[in-house]
Design a protein around this ligand. Structure first.
Ligand SMILES: Cc1ncc(COP(=O)(O)O)c(C=O)c1O
Length: 355
């Protein structure tokens, strides 16, 4: 028999791992439903209207995943043989399996952003709104907020505003991959609709820090959302009595939004302990939300070896690059779990791989 994997005591692999709470399950069980492909699910409609209002847009559409929500928005803005630009660590480029090219014939170029942090001058310099007969026309800039692979980075509002000013009237649209926009809002106090109104379309996820089991929502103008509804069906994302899932999202918005601040505080506490033991592994000031990207190579570790040793100690992590591992705080990791992560992982950083 193969040896069984060690038990996981603290799961910091991703904020997508959360299990629905009992209260969320009750809300799901009691939700009124109908056939959403016919626009007859009242709970889905309630969620769409609520998210549209939160994000400052006319309308919204429920989608099964963040990837589909993003891909629908990309499809709305960019035609076959045209291009989008995004930073090189953006989820739409790095982790959606080439969907923009495969599903929509979209060409992509990227700029390099340290920690995923937006500097508006970079996309503005990269985009070619009028490529004529020789160069590819840029139709869309994608901004990710917070930035996942960048380490939960919150995008500066003034840079988003500068980007909007530079794209306006040049035929270049802006899409916000706001899978974790909730975290940016809670970390900064900037209203969701202040972020939302700066973009033509926005996608948000209910299944990450908010703790719903499934679901994302995209938002934009009434016309764009009508078109997105058709493309969602074409992409195979038309769902039926899906109000039971929308109910989880509504419950999450009511009960799990403000508590994201707890995840941020725990992530920061871990980062401060790591930085004290192994200076250079992390700058705690950079930990603005629920994600910690830890440079373990500085302490002599290969990321895969660090992840394996952490696993032996009951902590699950993700190797995010050739030098770093990622830890993500969420609804199912409490103070005790954070203490355990500190106790188990910080000595590994302090002592290096020979300990
Ligand atoms: C920034 C970002 N956008 C989009 C997604 C895609 O979400 P999903 O896994 O629901 O497709 C993720 C998933 O982790 C993400 O981190």
């Amino acid at each position: 028999m193969p040896p069984s994997a060690p038990p996981v005591h603290v799961d910091l692999l991703s904020d997508t791992l959360t299990k629905p709470t009992d209260a969320m399950r009750r809300a799901m069980a009691g939700a009124p439903v109908g056939d959403d492909v016919f626009g007859e699910d009242p709970t889905v409609r309630r969620l769409e209207e609520r998210v549209a209002e939160l994000l400052g847009h006319e309308d919204a559409l429920f989608a099964p995943t963040g990837s589909m929500a993003n891909q629908l928005c990309l499809r709305l803005h960019v035609g076959h043989g045209e291009e989008l630009v995004a930073d090189s660590l953006a989820h739409v480029l790095r982790a959606e399996m080439g969907a923009a090219a495969v599903l929509s014939g979209i060409s992509s170029r990227s700029w390099v952003a340290e920690h995923g942090l937006l500097d508006a001058a970079q996309p503005l310099a990269l985009m070619i709104p009028d490529g004529g007969t020789y160069q590819v026309n840029t139709r869309l800039v994608v901004v990710e907020n917070t930035h996942n692979f960048g380490g939960g980075t919150v995008q500066p509002l003034d840079q988003i505003e500068a980007l909007r000013a530079g794209t306006r009237d040049r035929g270049v649209a802006m899409h916000l991959d706001g899978a974790r926009l909730w975290n940016a809002h809670v970390a900064t106090g900037v209203p969701l609709d202040t972020y939302g109104r700066l973009f033509d379309t926005v996608s948000v996820c209910l299944s990450k820090g908010l703790g719903a089991p499934v679901g994302s929502v995209l938002a934009g103008s009434r016309d764009l959302m009508a078109s997105a509804r058709i493309w969602r069906k074409r992409f195979g994302g038309g769902m039926r009595q899906v109000g039971i899932l929308a109910a989880a999202g509504l419950h999450a918005l009511d009960h799990h939004l403000e508590r994201l601040a707890d995840d941020h505080a725990r992530a920061r506490r871990f980062a401060e302990a790591a930085a004290a033991a192994a200076p250079g592994s992390i700058d705690p000031q950079r930990v603005q939300t629920n994600i910690v990207v830890l440079d373990v190579a500085r302490a002599g570790w290969a990321p895969a070896a660090f992840v394996e040793e952490a696993g032996r100690r009951g902590i699950r992590l993700y190797p995010v690059s050739a030098t770093a591992v990622r830890l993500v705080w969420h609804l199912d990791v409490d103070d005790a779990g954070t203490d355990r992560a500190v106790t188990e992982l910080v000595p590994l950083l302090a002592d290096g791989p020979t300990s």
